[in-house]
Write a protein that binds this ligand. Structure first.
Ligand code: NAD
Ligand code: TYD
Length: 378
């Protein structure tokens, strides 16, 4: 089987590539990624040595690129991760989000339609090659924001409130339209917030880890009471694999692990976990950018505490709460999350402590400029 994985050099896409390689060593994986600030080939150093992988640097919006790719390879599945993915950036530059998340998705769908169909049936519908499928990786944010009660199900009305989520909803709708209008075999997955290795440090958890290690303030938007429903990225990848191979055509599947946390509680947990690691395994103190040597020759860690927290101006239109009801994927396809948050977050923090080179590499470009612009006046 040949899989086209778009956005495979980003956070979830790269974790998915690693999952697929280890689970299906015979599969051919074609990665299409524009290598924006969020995509990094250093994330795939080992994988790119594997002859099963072909990497193409290109834009999902570029018809020439997608045509060439489909004409040169017999693709069976498309898994579309490629997107502009950060809400804060979407507030600054909404149009880019529409271009990539809506028009890029439509360009992929249209190219796939051209290469996956052979003539028309009696009712004028395209005849699709057997076994092909387009899976759109989407987000729970398309459902909008919840109050204290309730969960998003697959039948919850789409009500996006940020340019990012509006663009993702637009992408979902055009995928559904290809499913209805041309009978294209499609699935849409809508997952809650992911965390884990290779997460770009503009999102809450990796940004907090990076700032703690540097002894910098931890910017918490508003009063920190917003709730996100966190899922370990490896569990998300397994869910996508499950839907791709077993999901009923045209269906939407929500993915989540019933793990709601307030932002402020996450931040405090990360501070405490890093402090505990530094206390119990002093060899990790070398990773700290803030080095103050005490009289006894040890590195001071007493400053790793809640005083690092800084409540800053709230995000515009900040969604209050997300919470997924994953009953459909669990009962229909047997998927269940495997990594409990208390274990997953510790595993993630150790990953960052042990992979500071990766963090340096991905934040060496325009990151400081971005950080200053986004947080300078908050
Ligand atoms: P990411 O920003 O880390 O990665 C996105 C990748 O897409 C990058 O490698 C980037 O270079 C690439 N890309 C961007 N524009 C492109 C273009 N025009 N053409 C080709 N490649 C392009 O994002 P992520 O967190 O890995 O999210 C992946 C997908 O999962 C997105 O569609 C996102 O909406 C969805 N999602 C993310 C989360 C989450 O918590 N991160 C949760 C649910 C769904
Ligand atoms: P984020 O990781 O950007 O994901 P999303 O907005 O897609 O859910 O943010 C998660 C939550 O953390 C969200 O409520 C905004 C908040 N947040 C902060 O409080 N401070 C920060 O510096 C960032 C990046 C996010």
């Amino acid at each position: 089987m040949t899989y086209l994985i778009t956005g495979g050099a980003g956070f979830i896409g790269s974790n998915f590539v690693k999952h697929m390689l280890s689970k299906y060593p015979e599969a051919k994986l074609i990665i299409l990624d524009a290598l924006t600030y969020a995509g990094n080939l250093g994330t795939l150093t080992e994988e790119l040595k594997n002859p099963q992988i072909t990497f193409i640097k290109g834009d999902i919006c570029d018809r020439q690129v997608t045509e060439q790719l489909f004409s040169e390879h017999t693709i069976d599945y498309v898994v579309n991760f490629a997107a502009e993915s950060h809400v804060d950036r979407s507030i600054e530059n909404p149009q880019l989000f529409l271009q990539v998340n809506v028009l890029g998705t439509q360009n992929l769908l249209d190219t796939a339609k051209k290469y996956w169909t052979e003539g028309k049936d009696d009712n004028n519908y395209p005849v699709w090659r057997k076994g092909v499928k387009f899976l759109q990786v989407s987000t729970d944010e398309v459902y909008g924001s919840l109050g204290d009660e309730g969960y998003f199900t697959e039948t919850t009305t789409l009500s996006p409130r940020s340019p990012y989520s509006a663009a993702k909803a637009g992408g979902d709708l055009i995928v559904q339209a290809y499913g209805e209008t041309y009978k294209m075999p499609v699935n849409i997955t809508r997952c809650s917030n992911n965390y884990g290795p290779y997460h770009f440090p503009e999102k809450l958890i990796p940004l907090i880890i990076k700032n703690i290690l540097a002894g910098q303030q931890l910017p918490v938007y508003g009063n920190g009471s917003n709730v996100r429903d966190w899922l370990y990225v490896g569990d998300h990848c397994k869910a996508i694999d499950t839907v791709l191979h077993n999901g009923r055509i045209d269906e939407v599947y929500n993915i989540g692990g019933h793990n709601e946390k307030k932002n402020i509680d996450i931040v405090k947990l990360v501070i405490k976990t890093i402090h505990d690691i530094m206390e119990n395994e002093p060899e990790y103190r070398k990773v700290l950018k803030k080095q103050e040597v005490l009289a006894d020759g040890t590195t001071d860690i007493s400053w790793i505490n809640d005083n690092l927290i800084s409540f800053v101006k709230d995000r515009q239109g900040h969604d209050q709460r997300y919470a997924i009801d994953p009953t459909k994927i669990s009962s229909e396809l047997g998927w269940l999350p495997e990594t409990f948050f208390d274990k997953g977050i510790v595993k993630t923090i150790y990953w960052y402590l042990n992979n500071q080179e990766w963090v340096e590499e991905v934040t060496s470009g325009d990151y400081m400029k971005y950080y200053e612009q986004m947080y300078g006046n908050r």
